[in-house]
Design a binder for this molecule. Structure first.
Ligand SMILES: Nc1ncnc2c1ncn2[C@@H]1O[C@H](COP(=O)(O)OP(=O)(O)OP(=O)(O)O)[C@@H](O)[C@H]1O
Ligand SMILES: [Mg+2]
Length: 359
């Protein structure tokens, strides 16, 4: 492989070469992953048919081509086929030596956000959770005493005062429930890694959701039957999917549709700050058609105690995020009213030693 070809193939962001007629001349493997299409399938195709860009950049693109200058566009939504749009930065530059041909690089913002997310989850959230766990333990005993005392009091009260003791009992119960959820974090052990059929996990979650909190929802399975086994802890992954289904169901009290979508994206890799990286090719999406994330909290939903619901404890997604990060996986969210996608990216079962990793 020539150095040029190697550079092209190694570019970690989707890259496109576009000819003077706006047709795709070449794509790198990250672009194949982004489009979810093979290079062969897109060569010669009009580029603006393959990429849905939610802003009129074509005139600026034409100008850049005419003047032979680069063009940078930040924070623009780029979609393709049936995938949810991702916020990207776009860099376009004329290809030296090939008049009219432009090179375009997409840098999904999400990828940058990803790095910091798993770090903050492991550090900041962790200490908040440690503190909360300790408090949970300390508060539960006196609270049981308060509840008991209120119940004793209520025996001698007139009807109009009963309301007050009932309030004490009900609120105490709510706090106990919250504390129990906090304690779940403490009980979370390191994942017991084994080969997991993700579709079995999704089926279990789906059935249990339909019997309980999700009885008012329609849950559609949209599985890639050739998906290889994931490497993880089936019980913890079940907890993750249940939490996502629960949130989607609670966001749509009047009913709605949830799609469980799995697919393989072999080019998906997580790169860490220290330069190490590993492949997370299994993608699991939980997609709902509800109202979307509340604007005020959308940047913080993975933090503990952030909730947009009146009775929410805000621990569901913090737990999800902790489990996924313990799996060395990734979670990303994309949400607009009518379409909210939580995407889990998970590792596959490690290959036998001796076998070479492709990609
Ligand atoms: N699919 C979704 N659609 C709309 N909003 C969502 C969705 N998933 C999460 N959210 C928002 O994110 C918030 C945080 O979710 P999280 O699961 O962490 O906490 P919670 O559901 O409020 O409480 P808990 O899960 O502890 O009972 C929710 O309160 C809700 O506002
Ligand atoms: Mg929740």
């Amino acid at each position: 492989m020539s150095a040029e070809n190697a550079i092209w193939a190694s570019l970690p962001v989707p890259a496109f070469l576009i000819d003077a007629g706006d047709r795709i001349v070449d794509v790198n493997s990250a672009a194949e992953g982004f489009l979810n299409l093979s290079r062969k399938a897109v060569l010669g195709q009009p580029v603006w048919d393959q990429l849905a860009i939610d802003a009129p950049i074509e005139p600026a693109f034409e100008r850049a081509r005419a003047q032979g200058t680069p063009l940078f566009v930040n924070d623009i939504d780029v979609g393709s086929g049936n995938r949810a749009p991702l916020q990207c930065a776009i860099q376009i530059a004329p290809l030296i030596g090939s008049p009219g041909v432009m090179m375009m690089l997409l840098s999904p913002r999400e990828l940058a956000g990803r790095m910091t997310q798993s770090h903050s989850v492991k550090s900041a959230a962790q200490s908040a959770i440690g503190m909360a766990e300790m408090l949970a333990h300390e508060i539960k005993n006196p609270l049981a005493g308060i509840t008991g005392a209120a119940q004793l009091l209520s025996m001698n009260l007139a009807a109009e005062d009963l309301e007050l003791t009932d309030l004490i009992v009900a609120e105490s119960r709510r706090i106990v429930k919250l504390l129990e959820q906090v304690e779940q974090f403490g009980n979370l052990s390191v994942p017991d890694f084994k080969p997991v059929n993700i579709h079995d996990v999704l089926d279990r979650a789906r059935r249990s959701a339909l019997l309980g909190f999700g009885a008012h929802m329609k849950i559609i399975e949209d599985y890639d039957p050739s998906l290889p086994l994931a490497y993880g802890d089936p019980d913890q992954l079940l907890q993750v999917v249940l939490n996502l289904l629960k949130n989607a169901s609670e966001a749509a009290p009047g009913g709605g549709t949830i799609r469980l979508h799995t697919y393989f994206e072999h080019s998906f890799r997580l790169r860490r700050n220290d330069g190490s990286g590993h492949s997370l090719p299994l993608q699991v999406e939980v997609i709902d058609d509800g109202p979307g994330l509340p604007e005020e909290i959308r940047a913080d939903i993975f933090d503990p105690f952030v909730s947009g619901r009146e009775n929410g404890t805000g621990l569901g997604l913090a737990l999800v995020s902790k489990i996924i990060s313990d799996h060395d996986g990734w979670i990303a969210v994309d949400s607009v009213p009518g379409r909210t996608v939580f995407r889990l990216s998970l590792p596959r079962v490690p290959k036998q030693s001796g076998e070479k990793e492709s990609n």
